[in-house]
Ligand binder design. Structure first.
Ligand code: MIG
Length: 820
């Protein structure tokens, strides 16, 4: 532990990095080469590349000047090949005027100084965005980019960071790190490094993505009117991502770095973990307890003790003598197993994985050609070189060991990589083969976890006969969303950590990682019944929902704190299962558009100054607003409702937004609101998604005065990749309200899953008038309403709720409810 001696006068050092003094200097020539503008200056070159969707890439080549300089525009694997992205290249015009060159596209206008290569950014409509000072570097070629920022600028993204939602006044480092020390606001680097900064200026939002997987820095602290982006090694290779709004930035950024594939339903269920469930009997007993207590659960995790001496791809024969039998038994209960797989392979001549990998040269080597060896759980270990396709394929195929037993999900831990040595990772001079273009570990450190997850996801896919794999990872880099869900590592059972997980997961979402969540209940330290309840209430609405705790901590399964805690946990885990049709549809939207599942209010209400740094509320999709209680002994809290009408999910009470309200929140209540106009599908509680076959959908329609709502309901088998070949259904709901009639239009956008034998129960909640005539009709090709049949209906007067039943539509239709 540190004492005050740490700040003794002779120990205090300057913080922050210096800015190099070398710059491009006077521009000597500018030439256009297809999508590139090549600026050649006295001291180096800068290539500006026009990309689809208005994005612009900049790559600096210090020292490389002149016509014959070699300028490689190779990207890291974070960036998906843009040729296949379907986006067309915008027209770009280059003009020269006075001491400037101007490059104009419809999305952005850059003016580049001939004197020093400084750049001024404007929107396509000539609105000022920011000035970038000339890129500056030092002898070691560490490069700094300095951008001006307006007084009211706010900062988001940056992946998995501690602190508040708005990163104004903060400074962060990008260096994948295993941090068991408490995750406090001053920690600058955690497990994930996503160098995307979203800058939200008063009337323009843009993104900067620094594609450098070595150590980099973002500093919004040192200056009040500007911020810095700095590299330590490798190249200054970054992307300007135009908005004009935050949704535009996230959507463009995810078109650049890719989007997640649809996870299987079971990955969206409730998951239970602990370091570790120690034996086959314990796991089975745990599963039976969930079922006996009727608490929904889809997966149980096996932490490191399942292995034989921590050797990956093994089971300990004493603790887990019959994993196949255990998995088959669990399957009957609707529960899947997710084993942990770390990258460290035990140095052991008698261990086939070590032998095979060594013989084929799959492990990372030091410059002297000897393998890098470092201590992790199994003792001295070697590490696969995932930059080599052949090593990744081998690693992926090793997962047949698990898939053959019926395992469909893998948990990747320690993949920063974490090593128990002074540098806490692999030696930086370890060389990666990189398919024939060797790079040092220091240059690509932040890619290791992503490459491991890619190898795992691809290997699982190859071996799952058309089922979707689930991969969970601790470490990652930009683009990790393509391969894995992310959990936020070793938090603690602190109320503060529960609160912190909200902005953390929200910023991960703005950084392209829609599928994320913390250890519910907290990993280290000891949870309490009250904390577990509050965290479970909140976690039930997070994209990823897993309770996990540490070896030495008090047990924290939902029933460990007596019947009241158990009952409330059951209710909220149940709520998650009831809302799965909604959650799944929001996931599908995230997979399609890159927009997050869990959204900060600033994403939906960017003009509202009350939400720019709102850290203790979130939206699930667009329609549900949650305001969890994250302090002990608290039974009410202030909730900010943005513009519009909001309906209390539990009581039906209506509120006009644009103000704060005080919400009652006794222990059993999570304050939850639905936007008027919302369409929210529910299913009955099931104890596992494996039991979903008999599900019946209830679609709740929250009408409200003059509100218009829309929602797209997505359905498929939730298990296989068949949706890619059209085996899915997509229905678009649109709600319109006129003085005395409510119209719900349901368009069938795609009909490749489910049958019209399936019944939907439509519930019009909290109607503002007494319903009279109700017509259900088809919409003809020319858009006319052909109302004919009157459906079976039920009106609950006390609740002012109208229920009617229809068959799942296979063509466009409308429901009209007239006032009596
Ligand atoms: O530091 O595998 O973050 O979830 O339980 C120990 C044991 C290594 C760290 C992970 C944690 C996991 C634990 N691992």
């Amino acid at each position: 532990m540190l004492t005050s001696e740490a700040i003794s006068p002779d120990k205090v050092q300057a913080v922050g990095r210096t800015i190099g003094s070398m710059t491009l200097g006077p521009v000597q020539s500018v030439r256009r080469q297809e999508q590139d503008l090549i600026i050649s200056a006295e001291n180096g070159s800068l290539v500006i590349r026009i990309l689809p969707r208005g994005m612009i890439r900049f790559k600096l080549f210090p020292g490389a000047a002149g016509e014959d300089a070699v300028l490689s525009m190779k990207s890291t694997v974070a960036v998906v090949p843009q040729e296949n992205s379907g986006g067309t290249l915008p027209e770009a015009r280059l003009t020269e005027e006075g001491d400037k060159y101007t490059l104009a596209t419809s999305e952005a206008i850059l003016s580049i100084s001939k004197q020093d290569g400084g750049i001024s950014f404007m929107s396509g409509s000539r609105q000022f965005i920011a000035d970038q000072a000339p890129l500056a570097w030092d002898e070691s070629q560490a490069v700094t980019g300095l951008f001006t920022a307006g007084k009211s600028a706010h900062f988001y993204g940056l992946g998995e960071k501690t602190g508040a939602l708005d990163k104004k006044g903060e400074r962060y480092e990008m260096w994948n790190s295993d941090v068991y020390a408490p995750h406090v606001p001053e920690i600058e680097a955690l497990y994930q490094s996503i160098p995307l900064l979203v800058v939200h200026e008063e009337d323009y939002t843009y993104g900067l993505f620094l594609d450098n997987p070595g150590r980099t820095f973002f500093d919004m602290r040192s200056n009040t009117d500007s911020f810095l982006m700095q590299t330590e090694t490798g190249s200054m290779d970054y992307y300007f991502i135009p908005g004009p709004d935050m949704k535009g930035v996230v959507s463009r950024y995810t078109s650049l770095t890719g989007r997640m594939e649809l996870p299987p339903h079971w990955a969206l269920g409730y998951h239970q973990s602990r370091y570790s469930y120690m034996s086959q009997e314990e796991v089975l007993e745990l599963a039976r307890t969930f079922r006996a207590k009727q608490i929904p659960c889809d997966a149980i995790y096996l932490d490191i003790h399942y292995m034989e001496g921590y050797r990956v791809f093994t089971f300990d024969p004493e603790r887990f003598p019959d994993p196949k039998g255990m998995i088959a038994e669990l399957k009957k209960l609707g529960i899947r197993i997710v084993p942990i797989v770390d990258p460290g392979v035990k140095l052991d001549m008698n261990y086939p994985v070590f032998k095979e990998g060594t013989m084929n040269g799959y492990f990372c080597l030091k410059p002297d050609g000897q393998p890098f060896v470092g201590p992790v759980w199994p003792g001295m270990s070697v590490f696969p070189d995932f930059t080599e396709d052949r090593a990744s394929e081998w690693w992926g195929d090793l997962h047949r060991f698990y898939t053959e037993m019926g395992i469909e999900g893998i948990w990747n831990d320690m993949n920063e990589p974490a090593v128990f040595n002074p540098s806490m990772t692999m030696d930086l001079d370890t060389m990666h083969g990189n398919n024939g273009e060797p790079v040092s570990h220091g240059e690509i450190h932040n890619l290791y976890g992503l490459l491991m997850s890619e190898a795992t996801a691809e290997g699982m896919k190859r071996n799952l006969n058309g089922h979707r794999p689930f991969v969970l990872t601790r470490a990652g880099y930009a683009g990790i969303q393509r391969y894995a869900a992310v959990w936020t590592g070793d938090n603690r059972s602190f109320w503060e950590h529960m609160a912190m997980s909200i902005p953390m997961v929200l910023n991960l979402g703005l950084s392209g990682v829609a599928f994320a969540g913390p250890d519910i209940g907290g990993f280290a330290h000891h949870t309490s019944g009250e904390l577990l309840v509050r965290w479970t209430q909140m976690g039930a609405l997070f994209p990823y929902c897993r309770n996990h705790s540490e070896l030495r901590s008090i047990r924290q399964e939902p029933w460990c704190f007596g019947p009241e805690v158990e009952e409330i946990c059951r209710e909220y885990i149940g709520l998650r299962y009831r809302l799965l049709p909604l959650i799944y549809s929001v996931f599908r939207e995230a997979a399609e558009t890159g927009l997050p599942v869990l959204r900060p209010l600033v994403l939906e209400y960017p003009e509202d100054p009350n939400v720019t740094n709102l850290c203790d509320q979130f939206l699930l999709g667009e329609q549900l607003l949650a305001a969890p209680v994250y302090r002990p002994g608290t039974t009410c809290r202030a909730v900010y409702l943005p513009a519009g009408t909001w309906i209390d999910y539990w009581s039906g009470q209506r509120y006009e937004g644009g103000r704060h309200i005080l919400a009652e929140a006794p222990l059993e209540r999570l304050p939850l609101y639905v936007k008027a106009g919302a369409i929210v599908p529910h299913q009955p509680v099931v104890e596992s998604t494996a039991l979903e076959a008999q599900r019946e959908l209830t679609i709740d329609v929250y009408s409200g005065d003059e509100s218009a709502g829309h929602f797209e309901l997505y359905e498929d088998d939730g298990l296989t990749l068949d949706y890619g070949a059209g085996a899915y259904s997509l229905h678009r709901f649109r709600l319109r309200e006129e003085a005395s009639v409510i119209k719900l239009r349901i368009d069938t956008l795609h009909s490749g899953y489910g049958t019209s034998q399936d019944t939907w129960r439509l519930r019009f909640k909290h109607l503002s008038f007494l319903p009279g005539e109700i017509a259900v009709g088809a919409i003809s090709a020319d858009g006319a309403f052909e109302g004919s049949n009157s459906p079976e209906t039920y009106y609950d007067e006390a609740e002012q709720e109208l229920t009617l039943w229809i068959s799942r539509p296979s063509s466009d239709m409308e429901i009209r409810i007239h006032q009596k």
